[in-house]
Design a protein around this ligand. Structure first.
Ligand code: SF4
Ligand code: SF4
Length: 573
């Protein structure tokens, strides 16, 4: 079987149908489900023996959905001894932690450092003000979690992000960031509403830790959108925050818009334009269609749902076709290329083998001659490029662990000798090493030659891609990001849309210290928020009334100040 299946049969299939496993949105028991084409859509249909039938739209664009199913990739699973939860009869997604079934390694792990927040967003049900409980791991627990992530094999975790609630409400956040760098994480990030960055001194304090990447909550560019998504007009504050981040020297801001139907779905083009206008510090836009929770009647569910293909079409329409639907590719298309590069350069690896339903990405590149941003697909024949990467990784993955021939022969000779001669084994190892190096050079030469054939035109796009292909360090990857604007999406699952084929390949995890059994657990983002969070947080939650009064008052005071500031007229420049 090829590493990445180009299952073209699916594309021409008249009616798409797959049997899958899901959960009942009511009792969360694991139940069978079917993905089925009908009425010009792709549906997820399931029936719980106790709670009845459910159906949800997975795509309103069946051709896109069927095409995207060509990109399932085989993941690099974490070694079994690094997983702490046994498989139980309850099955996936109940055994997270992770269990023995999980098929990938997290590319990014989030650590929630507090559930306190200085906003009261109408869509948020998890903050301390709503739940009445404060949930915060200690600094020591955060360090324990990070050490665990770095110890994963064969790919250790290279990217960590502090999240919340609002992580900037932790006064020891700068120490946590410094500790993450000390533990050699290559990417340290902060997921934030950005409010604290209205203060330039705070921007500088965080910048001084070495932190570069900020995932900034960014729902739109009009007062009306902010009023609907966050309760009041945060637009002037957000613009000030961007200015402050620039002054403080940040140059890797990722705008993170939550997209909800009838609320922010007309802001997609504006947000991309804002990113382009601020390309000196904005590296990416990562759209996140809102997850649905609570009891929702079927017709309402269909009305509220925004899927990946909807978003892709919205982007096409709202960018006047500059980013047309066929410029976006599901995340796992890069999995074989990433593994190939890791193999031949030896730099730390990352696993992109989530489900193709999890998200998409494309890159915009500056054309030096016209000064316009163009899509990377103008430079390279992407499907061909990935087919080639897939072919070579398929070949390499069958051979890469088999360079032990000379060592085995040398070991055999040594057996026959009346005394042990370790240097004979070392000679064998040395010959194996030379053999492997020669094989790497042989593969690389053929791979590059084939990739040359996929180039459509030369220019900065090609320079950027060649930096990735020839990277010998993570700085080369970073420099690719600095030449481009990434437009991507992660479509988190909820209990209506969940499929275990997706959860067991999840590459974005939360990591927690579970005080119930003193273990560090890695839990897929989607299952943590839909299922595991309340169970784990119960063991650590402290009623707000028991938290030091000063702390709670500060939280409330900040909220009142932000509300007042947002209502004030916009100050003149
Ligand atoms: S999502 Fe992964 S870790 Fe969780 S139960 Fe499923 S396979 Fe196991
Ligand atoms: S967090 Fe959800 S959407 Fe993202 S990779 Fe994991 S399963 Fe897929």
């Amino acid at each position: 079987m090829a590493y990445l299946e180009y299952n073209t049969a699916d594309i021409s299939e008249e009616k798409f149908r797959r049997e899958v496993t899901s959960v009942c949105p009511e009792c969360i028991k694991v139940i069978p489900a079917v993905i089925e084409e009908g009425e010009g859509k792709i549906w997820l249909k399931k029936k719980c023996p106790e709670h009845g039938e459910y159906k949800d739209i997975l795509s309103q664009h069946p051709e896109y959905y069927k095409w995207s199913q060509n990109f399932w990739a085989e993941g690099i699973a974490v070694d079994q001894d690094k997983r702490c939860v046994p498989n139980t009869e309850k099955g996936c997604p109940w055994d997270c932690g992770s269990c023995q079934r999980h098929k990938t390694t997290p590319i990014l792990t989030l650590i929630d450092v507090t559930n306190k927040c200085n906003l009261r967003c109408p869509i948020c049900f998890a903050n301390a003000a709503v739940t009445g409980n404060v949930v915060e791991p200690t600094f020591e627990e955060v360090v324990k979690i990070m050490k665990h992530l770095r110890s994963l094999t064969p790919y250790s975790n290279v990217a960590v992000s502090f999240s919340g609630g609002e992580p900037t409400l932790r006064s020891d956040l700068p120490d946590m960031i410094r500790k993450a760098y000390e533990l050699n994480f290559l990417q340290v990030m902060l997921i934030t509403n950005g409010i604290k960055f209205k203060n330039l001194d705070y921007c500088k304090e965080i910048r001084d830790t070495g932190l570069q990447t900020i995932y900034l909550q960014f729902d739109g560019t009009t007062p009306e959108t902010w009023e609907q998504t966050r309760g009041f007009n945060l637009w002037p504050l957000k613009q000030r925050i961007i200015k402050n981040l620039r002054i403080a020297g940040f140059d890797s801001v990722v705008l993170v818009p939550t997209i909800a139907k009838g609320v922010s779905d007309d802001e997609v083009g504006n947000i991309i334009q804002f990113a382009i206008d601020n390309i000196d510090i904005v590296r990416a836009v990562n759209f996140q269609p809102v997850s649905l929770c609570g009891r929702i009647p079927p017709d309402k569910l269909a009305e509220m749902r925004i899927n990946i293909s909807d978003l892709i079409h919205m982007i096409g329409e709202q960018t006047n076709g500059v980013l047309s639907p066929n410029t976006f590719y599901p995340i796992p298309v890069v999995a074989p290329m990433a593994n190939l590069i890791t193999w031949y350069t030896g730099v730390p690896g990352v696993d992109f083998a989530c489900s193709p339903d999890c998200g998409f990405a494309t890159f915009m590149v500056l054309n030096d001659e016209t000064g316009e941003l163009e899509c990377i697909t103008d430079y390279i024949d992407i499907p061909e490029f990935f087919k080639i990467s897939n072919k070579y990784w398929d070949e390499v993955s069958k051979r890469k662990d088999k360079f032990h021939r000379f060592e085995t022969i040398a070991g055999g000779i040594n057996e026959f000798l009346p005394f042990d001669l370790p240097f004979i084994k070392n000679i064998g190892k040395g010959l194996d090493g030379l053999h492997e190096q020669a094989y790497k050079r042989y593969v690389l030469a053929r791979y590059f030659w084939d990739v040359l054939g996929t180039i459509k035109k030369t220019g900065r796009g090609i320079q950027s891609v060649s930096k990735i292909l020839t990277r010998t360090s993570w700085d080369d990857v970073a420099s690719f990001m600095y030449d481009t604007l990434m437009v991507s999406c992660m479509h988190f699952q909820d209990l209506y849309s969940m499929r275990t084929a997706r959860t067991e390949r999840c590459i974005v995890h939360y990591a927690v210290h579970d005080r119930r059994d003193d273990k560090v657990k890695q839990i897929p983002f989607c299952t943590y928020n839909s299922i595991h969070r309340p169970l784990i947080e119960k063991a650590i939650a402290v009623p707000v009334s028991q938290v030091e009064e000063g702390e709670v008052l500060t939280m409330e005071k900040e909220y009142k100040e932000i509300e007042k500031e947002a209502a004030a007229p916009i100050p003149k420049e």
